[in-house]
Write a protein that binds this ligand. Structure first.
Ligand code: LLP
Length: 435
């Protein structure tokens, strides 16, 4: 359940009418509901309550500091994949010892920052990375706690662009090569191997691939322990799917997911690290946009809105479905018609929905794109010199802008004309101007 509901025919975020936020902050903008974030965290934490588990929110899903802090206040740690995300997690108040540092391409500077912050563990994805981390740790007087990410070669049955657990993907080390890599790691003075990690993909709506991956992990733990390695921690990644409104079957619950963990690897005497991202924040956010024009094309009707692919790229990038609802609830029995909902950016991929049944809308109406709390604002760009849109957090009947809109001045003010072009300025200057 989320907290975007119609009351008195107006869509609210918790107790705040979305049209009031749109009026004050202007569209397009993201709105997040604290109550949904908290509820999702609670449901997830309860599912794992009887297992020794640390829940590390995958900051990549939504890195706004206020969002991270909402989760940190409930006890969540953080999973970070860049120096920037590390700083965001620390700024949000997540203690270093509850932070996992993941990612396939960490720089030496990022490794040093992670060690300085005293992170709980660093997930390593290749032998060259292991060597680099060993060198950084030794030169800075640390011993890095490491989980080695295993690629279990499992098809996660999700969109190819967010599938990460097959052998042809860039992630982790081949599980068949684990024996050798762990032996090398054990010999490195800057490295303390504490466990293994897997993450097979995102938006999984089927638990079977998890079962297969965890079974592989189980075999691997037995083998590594037989080799004499200490495997105390299993990091299971994230990936649990959420309903976006176009599914034919219900998506699995955190409780069902936890049961797969319990039955496959619950008895291994390991501590678990879980890295949910989308599951915690996805349905806690909407992208609020206003209709600019309704354009009757030759063969279809286009609803042109003020949000675009640079604000929410998931439909353009993955063909993702986001439910779109009017903020003013249409009267019961209103007939819908199929329209394309498109943004102002100059390419056809700037399409949020094709042939989408919507009640009649006119210029000025507000629409909410649902399920936009994860991988929405964080993936936005300034394409077409469109400023990044604001983010607003609601809690009960309060709301606050947690990131104001960037201005065009912010964007242009950071640009520089190279010296050799200053000649042009002279050339363009009126005759008799400065030489
Ligand atoms: N842990 C690792 C190592 C990951 O790579 C990811 C996501 C997560 C955890 C969190 O996964 P989640 O629980 O959110 O599924 N931009 C794409 C999703 C990319 C996911 C990347 N990795 C999208 O919009 O669908």
């Amino acid at each position: 359940m989320d907290h975007f509901l119609y009351r008195r025919n107006r869509l609210h975020a918790e107790d705040v009418p979305l049209e009031i936020i749109a009026e004050r902050v202007k569209t397009p903008l993201y709105v997040y509901a604290t109550a949904t974030i908290e509820r999702h965290y609670q449901v997830f934490a309860e599912a794992f309550a009887d297992l020794p588990a640390t829940i590390c929110y995958a900051v990549k899903a939504n890195s706004n500091i206020a969002v991270i802090r909402t989760l940190a206040r409930m006890g969540a740690g953080a999973d970070v994949v860049s120096g920037g995300e590390l700083r965001a997690a620390l700024a949000a108040g997540v203690p270093g010892e509850r932070i996992v540092y993941s990612g396939v391409g960490k720089t030496a500077d990022e490794m040093a920052a992670a060690l300085r912050a005293g992170v709980m563990q660093i997930n390593v994805e290749s032998e060259p990375e292991l060597e680099a981390l060993d060198a950084v740790a030794r030169s800075t007087g640390h011993r890095a706690r490491v989980a080695i990410r295993i690629n279990p070669d499992v098809d996660a049955n999700t969109h190819a662009k967010i599938s990460t657990g097959r052998s042809e993907n860039k992630f982790g080390i081949e599980w068949t090569g684990a024996h050798r890599v762990y032996a090398r790691a054990a010999a490195m003075p800057g490295i303390a191997v504490i466990g293994a990690a897997v993450h097979i993909g995102s938006q999984l709506t089927d638990l079977a691939p998890y079962r297969t991956a965890f079974q592989r992990l189980r075999d691997l733990v037995a083998m590594l322990r037989a080799d004499g390695h200490r495997i105390d921690v299993l990091d299971l990644g994230g990936g649990l799917g959420i309903p976006y409104g176009s599914e034919n079957a219900p998506v699995p619950t955190p409780a069902a997911y936890a049961e797969v963990v319990r039955s496959a690897i619950g008895d291994l005497d390991c501590r678990f690290v879980l890295e949910p991202g989308r599951m915690l924040v996805g349905n806690a956010g909407v992208l609020l946009t206003r209709v600019l024009y309704v354009k009757e094309g030759a063969t279809r009707t286009f609803v042109v809105v003020d949000a675009a692919m640079n604000d929410l790229v998931r439909p353009a990038m993955y063909g993702a479905y986001h439910a779109i609802v009017p903020v003013a609830e249409p009267p019961a029995g209103t007939l819908v018609r199929e329209v394309d909902v498109v943004g102002p950016v100059c390419e056809t991929s700037d399409t949020f929905a094709t042939d989408r049944p919507l009640p009649p809308v006119v210029a000025g109406d507000l629409l909410a794109l649902r399920g936009a709390g994860a991988y929405g604002a964080v993936m936005a760009s300034t394409y077409n010199v469109r400023p990044l849109v604001p983010e607003v957090l609601v809690s009960g009947d309060r709301f606050a802008v947690i990131r104001p809109r960037l201005s065009v001045e912010d964007i242009l003010g950071r640009e520089r004309i190279p010296g050799w072009m200053r000649d042009d300025e002279r050339a363009l200057a009126p005759a008799g101007g400065e030489p």
